[in-house]
Ligand binder design. Structure first.
Ligand SMILES: Cc1cc2nc3c(=O)[nH]c(=O)nc-3n(C[C@H](O)[C@H](O)[C@H](O)COP(=O)(O)OP(=O)(O)OC[C@H]3O[C@@H](n4cnc5c(N)ncnc54)[C@H](O)[C@@H]3O)c2cc1C
Length: 465
């Protein structure tokens, strides 16, 4: 195995002996080496500026576009690199680890938006044209889903809607968070469908261009990922008819087949990259810092060796799960061949979604633990910004709270295992009779009578409508 390089020197963190290089093709390994070099010359330095001054990492995207990375998942016929899920995970992890975590998160959202567009690009000249121009024109995409009224339940866009108008659609949306908000060139957004009749699983996706969305980047301020500019966004625009992404009502399928699988995979790769980035820094620092009184380096203390050993083992377990699921998605899609979706009902990634929840939970939980331990290993020096641990620690904290949050994910998995997938009830539609009957038991006769009268009146009004 060749040594990992940092310019002309050997890399100062963990070498390739702790990376699962056998999962990557020779071309993917070559791309990874180029990305490490780009991180050294460009991305890493810009990360400091983005964090200090809340600067959106456009410069880093311009550099990534030169490697063709905005079109990583776009088929070669449309001018992209035609790469797969494994490569996407590697790219995000590499950017986060050696370069800039904010850029890795913006790139994650770009990748999710490209996936949503590619899923429905067949027969859509507008989407195909956009995909062809991603790198040439540095066209950054993102996903705007979270609604101010429903918090991290981003699949429930109550403050949204769409209506047919002459020559197109009138689309409205309020989003509480949008990575790259106000800086992206295009957005994939989700609203309730045109002719919405109150069923929140009836969702439709749209392509919105940068000048059709209103953001207030000056209001963005976050603990970490400060360059990702995840502020509020408002859309109130009339758009051409061909900007509907996929068929009307395709929102849930688009979520399960494109947006969620890619967001969960790539954001997990981002958290794993941050964890590795901190282990790299801790190795570099603890092998150099010496305590003159005892003649030992910090790395010579068994406590520090235990911290680093456990951090590597846990992080590689998380990476192993992420890459295993990337490979599983490669397997069910012929290596991310988008042509399988000419039949809109072909949704193989969706069958793996409950595995992707586990990937994100594991990576977000791990990064929080590793960041604490690597801070401890570096002592007070790690507490100061210069070492870089402190920034990574703040960046990594976003993992747990980003929707689907880790609280929600562990409940999804446990509930699905115990009570079946129907019990998840994303759109608040199925009645829990056990809870209802139990609450009714607590009512006395007159309370029951009053409730019955109220329900009868409501039912009669509804019937008369
Ligand atoms: C850095 C960053 C970037 C982001 N980028 C984007 C983006 O590009 N696009 C986008 O659409 N969104 C984005 N988001 C939004 C994100 O996905 C969530 O919607 C957001 O973090 C939710 O915040 P909230 O305060 O509304 O949380 P809440 O939903 O109010 O959560 C508060 C607490 O309640 C818990 N909780 C919520 N529901 C349940 C439940 N059913 N059971 C148990 N506990 C529950 C949560 O886990 C959490 O502990 C981003 C967020 C961050 C932090």
């Amino acid at each position: 195995m060749t040594a990992k390089k940092w310019g002309s020197d050997d890399f100062w963190g963990l070498g390739y002996e702790f990376d699962p290089q056998w999962l990557l093709t020779p071309q993917q390994q070559e791309l990874q080496a180029k990305l490490i070099e780009l991180s050294r010359t460009t991305l890493r330095e810009n990360a400091v500026e983005s964090d200090r001054k809340l600067i959106f990492p456009r410069k880093n995207f311009e550099a990534l576009a030169k490697l063709g990375l905005l079109g990583l998942l776009v088929p070669k016929e449309l001018g992209g690199l035609g790469e797969n899920h494994t490569c996407a995970a590697m790219v995000v992890e590499t950017i986060a680890r050696y370069g800039c975590a904010s850029t890795a998160m913006c790139y994650t959202m770009h990748t999710g938006a490209v996936a949503a567009a590619m899923l429905r690009a067949h027969g859509s000249p507008v989407l195909q044209d956009l995909m062809k121009r991603l790198d040439k024109e540095v066209l950054i995409g993102t996903l705007s889903y979270s609604d101010p009224e429903t918090g991290s339940h981003f699949w429930y866009p109550v403050s949204s809607g769409a209506e047919k108008v002459e020559n197109g659609w009138k689309v409205r949306k309020k989003a509480s968070w949008t990575t790259s908000g106000g800086f992206a060139d295009w957005y994939i957004i989700q609203t309730t469908s045109p002719d919405f009749g109150g069923n929140y699983s009836d969702l439709t996706c749209w392509l919105i261009m940068g000048d059709e969305a209103k953001a207030e980047p000056s209001k963005w301020d976050g603990m970490g990922l400060r360059g990702n500019q995840s502020g509020t966004l408002e859309v109130n625009a009339t758009i051409p008819a061909d900007r509907m992404v996929g068929p009307k009502g395709d929102g849930a399928n688009s979520n399960d087949e494109a947006v969620d699988p890619f967001f969960l995979l790539c954001s997990s790769a981002c958290w794993n990259g941050i964890a590795l980035g901190m282990i790299d820094i801790a190795k570099n620092h603890t092998t150099r810092k010496t305590h003159v009184d005892v003649g030992m380096r910090v790395a010579d203390y068994p406590t520090i060796q235990d911290y680093v050993g456990e951090a590597i083992i846990d992080t590689n377990a998380s990476r192993a799960l992420a890459f295993q699921m990337a490979k599983a998605m490669d397997a069910v899609t012929n290596g991310c061949d988008w042509s399988i979706h000419k039949d809109v009902n072909t949704l193989p990634r969706a069958t793996l979604l409950h595995w992707m929840w586990q990937v994100k939970f594991t990576a977000a939980k791990n990064v929080a633990h590793v960041s604490d331990k690597m801070l401890h290993a570096c002592g007070g020096t790690g507490y100061k910004p210069a070492l870089g641990i402190e920034r990574y620690l703040r960046d990594g904290k976003a993992g747990w709270v980003m929707g689907p949050t880790n609280e929600v994910l562990r409940q999804f998995v446990g509930k699905m295992a115990l009570l079946g997938i129907g019990s998840l009830d994303y759109w608040n539609q199925s009645l829990n009779e056990r809870v209802l009957n139990n609450e009714l038991k607590k009512m006395d006769k007159s309370a029951k009578l009053a409730l019955a009268k109220k329900l009868m009146a409501e039912a009669e009004t509804k019937a008369a409508e």
